[in-house]
Ligand binder design. Sequence first.
Ligand SMILES: [Zn+2]
Length: 226
Amino acid sequence: MEAKKKSLKRKPDNPGKTVKTVISAEERDKLTPDQILQDFLEGNERFRNNNLTHRDHSEQIRKSAFGQYPKAVVISCLDSRVPVEDVFDQGIGDVFVGRVAGNFVNDDLLGSLEFACKVAGAKLIIIMGHQHCGAIIGAINNVKLGNLTTTLSKIKPAIKMSQDYKGEMTSGNEEFVKLVSVNNVRHAISTIRTKSPILKEMEENGEIRIVGLFYTLTKGELIVID
Ligand SMILES: [Zn+2]
């Protein structure tokens, strides 16, 4: 009885099917950046519906050990509540992930993005901020603590970008915290375009797409940032 209830609830797309392969160069190269974004957003829908793709990790480890052809690269916050691969229902070999508290980009992450796209062939860059971000809250509160002070200073431009906000500009105001998070993603995207001529050119040529997303902890859903 219990098992029957569970199977009705899950409604898998491919009942009984387990993915045992990893993406090949040919499969990745025929996808457009828009198709990859669509794939990732559909993966998020499966994640929210408790319907993640079942993967044979042992097989995937074996098949991916000597090459990788990821479709995309995601820059995410450190936050433990944002399991990046699961959020998009992606598996081994599908996606590069760079993580830093506050999901900003610096020279090291720009180099990593250039590796992911120019060298390894990823076609989509996702900068993903999230709701209730401790790094954003810490930057708004002007927290000073060891090396974290320098880390949080990278979020200060997003606070400046949010100065036209009419309400209370404190970390206790969720609407303001969200605005700073969204502006922080916008700032990361503009930093990519100004500081990486390589990625800017790839974007202008349509070889890659750069997208900002805001992940909500309360629903697990993604909002596309314009
Ligand atoms: Zn965060």
